[in-house]
Design a protein. Structure first.
Length: 161
């Protein structure tokens, strides 16, 4: 990832979106496709399994070097800054706005014991980049301003917790 192709630059930084972007690495195309179709599953904290994407080549190279062993498929997640700010103002500071946008999963995972599991809606998944070929797979349902059903209830719950 020495130099980004024009297509990848346009995909990551189109210039007309006021979004916060994050990347998540995965080892296979199948998993990346599943994230596009089903949403992004994470444990406990969104920040634990994602890295913020910033329009700075040195920064991007640094994180690419650190994370490349996690896989060659870079899933890109983007959420409206305005939406994130409005949620964060309403909830207790110990929580992440992404938790409000996500659905808690009830299924038990014995490998992660008491950690909470969430799924961020597929509308926030912009798509993914194949690190080796530069090929971009876009999510046709991408909408960084999407408001999931039940968001107000989640805000109230995380405000009082």
């Amino acid at each position: 990832m020495d130099e980004l192709s024009e297509d990848v630059k346009q995909f990551l930084f189109p210039g007309n979106e006021d979004v916060e972007m994050y990347s998540h690495r995965t080892i296979s195309k199948e998993i990346a496709d599943k994230i596009i179709s089903d949403g992004f599953k994470y444990y406990d904290s969104f920040q634990k399994t994602t890295d913020e994407i910033i329009n700075d080549m040195v920064y991007l190279r640094y994180w690419d070097t650190l994370r490349k062993h996690y896989g060659g498929h870079i899933v890109v997640i983007a959420i409206s800054r305005e939406l994130l700010r409005s949620i964060q103002k309403e909830i207790h500071p110990k929580y992440e706005a992404q938790q409000v946008l996500s659905t808690p999963l009830i299924d038990f995972d014995e490998n992660n014991g008491d950690e909470m599991r969430y799924i961020l809606p597929k509308q926030y998944v912009k798509g993914y980049i194949d690190r080796h070929t530069g090929e971009i797979t876009r999510n046709k349902e991408y909408n960084p301003s999407y408001t999931p059903p039940g968001m107000e209830g989640a805000i109230k719950q995380l405000y009082t917790s």
